[in-house]
Every structure is written in C-alpha cells, then in structure tokens.
Write a protein that binds this ligand. Structure first.
Ligand code: SAH
Length: 421
C-alpha cells in the first residue's frame, strides 16, 4: 500500500448517476447512504441485512439492495465504494479490490486503510461545508456546526454574494425567543435592505442587522391601526419598487392574526414579487413552551384558535361562542386578556363545565414568561388579581389538567372507593 501520512486532497465528487457501492447495511451505512442519494448517486447496498431506515430507502426506490454477502463483481463499474461491514476481512477484500481497480474506497473500521475519507458535511443556502478534522469525527462535526451556525446567523458573511433581488418577504419570527426562528427566516433578515418590524417580532435579532439596513419600527408609527396598516403597505411596496429587498418581520406567523395577506395583496397589486417564510405560531408554540400540549390522545381531537379581541355579541365579531361552548376540545384564546371575563361567561352559557381547567401563559418564551392557572369560572377574576397583561395565550380545556394534574381535582373520582370505610 501507498503511504497515507499525507493530508487528504479535498475534492467535490459529482456522483450524479454514477454507481456507488456501499458494502454493509448497518448504522454506519445508514448515515452515509442519504448523503450519497442527495448527491444523485446510483447507490447499491450489498448486505445480507439492512436497518429499517435503509429498507425504507429501498422501498421508495432510492437505493438498490443486493441482499447477500459481498461478491467481487459488485465493484464492476463502480466509481466509489464505502466499506462499512463489521467484518474486517470483508472490508479488507473490498478495499483490496478497489485499490486494484482504482476506485476510491472509504473504510469505517480503519480510516488509515481507506483511500478516501468522509468529511462532516452540512449545507447552507447552496454552500456545502465539508470538514476533515484529522480523523477526529467529533471535532469535524463541531467545526462544521460552528461554520454553519456562523453562516446562518450572519457571523460569517459573504456580503457581496447575498441575494439582492428586490421584493418583499414576509418573515414569521416565532413567539419571541430568537432561537425559535427558522433558518430561512434568519437568512432573509440578514439579506434585507429594509426591515419593517412589529413589537412582537424577536427584537434581539434587530441588533444584529448591518448598520446600513433601514429599520422601520411599526410600534413607532402613530395613528390608528387601519391607518398604520395602510402605511405599512405603502412603505413595503414603495421600497421594493425602489429596488430594495424588504422583510416584513412579525411575531409568530404572519398569516395568523397578522394581517399578512393584506400585505401580499398590496404587493401583488403593485406588481411587487412577494414570498412568505412561515413562523412558529404562538397558539401552538407558547403552550408547548409552558408544557401544555394542545392535543393529547384520548383527551381531545381538536383545538380551536380564537381571537378574543372583540367580546362575544359584538356586532363585528365573527366567532360563534355558543358553538365553542358545545365543543369539548381545546380552545386557544389569543388577544383575549381584556375580554376574558365575557368570553368565559359565553363558554359557560354555551355548555362548558365551570371547572374546565385554564392556563394563562404570559410573555411566552421571554425571560418574563409565567403561567397562571384558573378554571373557566374563575378566569375573569384571576386575570384581574394576577394583573395579567398582553401578550398572553389562554388555553382552555382538559389538556391543561394533563399538564398540571396536581393543580386540578380529578373530574371523575373513582366511584369504586367509598368515602369512608
Ligand atoms: N402572528 C402572531 C399572533 C399575533 S396576534 C402569531 O402567529 O403568533 C397577538 C397575540 O398573539 C397576542 O395578543 C397573544 O395572544 C399572542 N402572542 C404572540 N406572541 C406571544 C407570546 N410570546 N406569549 C404569549 N402570547 C403571545
């Protein structure tokens, strides 16, 4: 064998349509195969057994499985071979044949005896990051993760390569913690020329914006809500028509009580290209962060998200509170702090039990987050005595009991146990 103590020569193999043989069907193979598939390789797995994940890929036609032991002829026509059996003798045979046929060969059991090494790989926005950490896989993975994180959050930037096509992108920022924002959303934010941000958007991220980015703070636009929306529509359209990349940055998801679609329509009417990056929406994410599932097997088969910004019976209200009272599933009330006493009353009149458990989650995912418990009959009073302020998510239903069993008496006491014996 040729001495191998030189550093590896990095190269990006273009394996599209080319035969690649993976000898072995265990956990190492399972980790390698998806990346080979992603590269478009014609992947052949040779192994008497395969993990369920590999079998799944066989079932969907993404790899060919030769369900037997390795035979010399398996390497015929191969461009690349991965020897990952747990039998060193088989791996030896594979790498020996590969050497003769000048096929680069990776060996999992002893990398020094392979002719190729698998780097730790990640991709971000069309860039492939591959790290060979001196045969220390943990170090490779750690360096790769650090580089990817830097690319994602903008610490590593190639500013003149950023996407500069003008247009508007609606970006959902999630419930508040910047860690809960999508990778695509962060990237769009870092590439923006103009950012139009709401009060509930994860504001810490705005501090990371490059200095030349124009920041339009909607919270500082005076005037009524409808005038404010008209002004937002005007600003995003005007800046995009001036050739800027505009990000409309909101808390949660822009289409959940976020007036996002009005902005889509305004852009369309002005001929401005508009794209949407969804966000983690607070009626699902905030209960989750507070430890409350919005559904639970055997407890509820539905959850209903309701805006409480108008009280029941208000002429402009579009909510059928009677119907909500008749449902038994979870109700997630948004923008409902102020009207919670009336809403609780309407749900009781509609048929909900007075003891229905309620959780009020305030400032979800923020350092000031707190959860206040109540029942439907005490909700109004609790909101007042606990001085609950928006933003808050009010979760109504048996899922709250699932999350806090000790705080609510059992609604169905065991009838088999006499009160005193
Ligand atoms: N588009 C947002 C919702 C905007 S409406 C989304 O998809 O989440 C504003 C309401 O959302 C608030 O009144 C409150 O009910 C809820 N909300 C948003 N973020 C919240 C948070 N971090 N904690 C608690 N409630 C939140």
């Amino acid at each position: 064998m040729v001495p191998m103590d030189f550093p590896p020569y990095p190269s990006g193999l273009r394996l599209g349509g080319r035969r690649v043989v993976v000898v072995g069907g265990g956990n190492v193979a399972q980790r390698r195969v998806p990346q080979l598939i992603a590269a478009g390789a014609d992947v052949h797995v040779v192994s008497p057994e395969a993990t369920p994940a590999i079998e799944g890929l066989v079932g969907s036609g993404e790899v060919t499985w030769h369900r037997r032991r390795f035979e010399d002829a398996d390497l015929d026509g191969a461009w690349y071979v991965v020897a990952v059996t747990d039998d060193p003798a088989v791996n030896d045979r594979v790498s020996e044949l590969a050497e003769q046929q000048r096929i680069f060969c990776v060996r999992s059991d002893d990398a020094t005896r392979g002719t190729a090494w698998t780097p730790a790989v990640g991709r971000h926005a069309g860039v492939t990051v591959a790290v060979l950490g001196n045969r220390d896989p943990r170090r490779s993975a750690a360096v790769r993760d650090e580089v990817l994180a830097g690319l994602r959050d903008g610490r590593i930037a190639a500013p003149h390569h950023r996407d500069r096509t003008p247009g508007v992108t609606l970006v959902g920022g999630g419930p508040g913690d910047p860690e809960l924002m999508s990778v695509a959303g962060r990237k769009a934010l870092m590439e923006a020329d103009v950012v139009v941000a709401d009060r509930l958007a994860p504001r810490e991220l705005l501090g990371e914006l490059p200095a030349d980015v124009e920041l339009v703070d909607v919270a500082k636009l005076p005037r009524s809500r409808s005038a404010q929306q008209a002004e937002i529509n005007r600003v995003i359209v005007e800046r995009a028509l001036a050739g800027k990349r505009v990000v409309r940055f909101k808390g949660g998801d822009n289409f959940v009580f976020g007036r996002g679609y009005e902005e889509v329509i305004a852009c369309r009417e002005a001929g401005v290209p508009v794209t949407v990056i969804p966000g983690l929406t607070s009626p699902v994410a905030v209960p989750a962060i507070a430890g409350i599932p919005v559904t639970h097997r055997g407890i509820t088969h539905e959850f209903t998200v309701v805006s409480g910004h108008l009280p029941p019976g208000h002429p402009e209200s579009l909510v059928d509170f009677d119907a909500l009272g008749r449902l038994r599933g979870t109700v997630v009330l948004m923008m409902g702090v102020e009207n919670s006493p009336e809403i609780a009353k309407a749900l009781l009149v509609g048929g909900r039990e007075a003891g229905t458990p309620v959780a009020i989650v305030c400032d979800g995912t923020m350092p000031t987050q707190r959860t206040v418990l109540a029942t439907l009959s005490t909700l109004g009073e609790t909101v007042a005595t606990e001085r609950v302020q928006p933003p808050a998510i009010i979760v109504i239903g048996e899922v709250v009991r699932v999350a806090f069993p000790d705080s609510f008496p059992d609604p169905f006491p065991d009838p088999g146990t006499p009160a005193d014996g």
